[in-house]
Design a protein around this ligand. Structure first.
Ligand SMILES: [Zn+2]
Length: 194
């Protein structure tokens, strides 16, 4: 089985959504229970309070929307990242589109798990599993499908080794690339739904 790598952000500054946008989005785009984007199969646009902090990947605080630079995505997917991911617009102050950044989502999700101190809760509204991983991170072999890129909640993207290799060694601001252990069984002792 091929190895997988997690691409996540060590930016000290998650992006802050624009208050007006957030208020409107809560009525439509976002789950009323947990404020994460509703799964619609369509990309999501986001309005930020300030310009993004230039990290290669980052998260928008409170709404679980991930943003990334086009440069990183082109590095990962030279054939075009839109083949693998749903890409939306990032808007800044005065709702002007921010060049070089997109939001990203993927129907393919993968849970990066941790040790027995990890916890989870399930959103009563959208049934999304909110998992908080503690300790050494791994993925379960049975969770891995045929995709070469997965969205990982909180944790950026999980990509196969052949994809990760394209950006390893590059200079990407605040980007952490780490290899994930592949396990047959979880060690967190948790019974996750589905
Ligand atoms: Zn929810």
């Amino acid at each position: 089985m091929m190895d997988f790598y997690q691409l996540s952000s060590k930016s000290p500054n998650p992006e802050t959504p624009d208050t007006g946008w957030f208020f409107e989005a809560k009525k439509t785009l976002l789950c009323k229970g947990c404020s994460s984007p509703r799964v619609t199969g369509k990309p999501i646009d986001v309005v930020l309070q300030t310009q993004p902090d230039r990290s290669a990947v980052n998260i928008v605080h409170g709404v679980c929307i991930q943003i990334a630079t086009n440069a990183l995505l082109q590095g990962l997917f030279p054939e075009g990242p839109h083949e693998s991911l749903l890409l939306g617009k990032v808007l800044g102050p005065e709702r002007k589109e921010v060049a070089g950044f997109v939001t990203l989502m993927n129907r393919e999700r993968l849970l990066v798990r941790g040790n027995e101190r990890s916890t989870f809760r399930v959103c009563p509204d959208c049934q999304r599993v909110w998992y908080s991983a503690i300790g050494k991170r791994y993925i379960l072999k049975r969770d891995v499908g045929s995709a070469n890129v997965y969205e990982s909640q909180y944790g950026g993207l999980v990509v196969s080794e052949d994809v990760a290799k394209r950006v390893i060694g590059g200079t990407w601001r605040n980007l952490v690339i780490r290899k994930l252990e592949l396990r047959d069984e979880p060690v967190d002792g948790l019974n996750l739904p589905g």
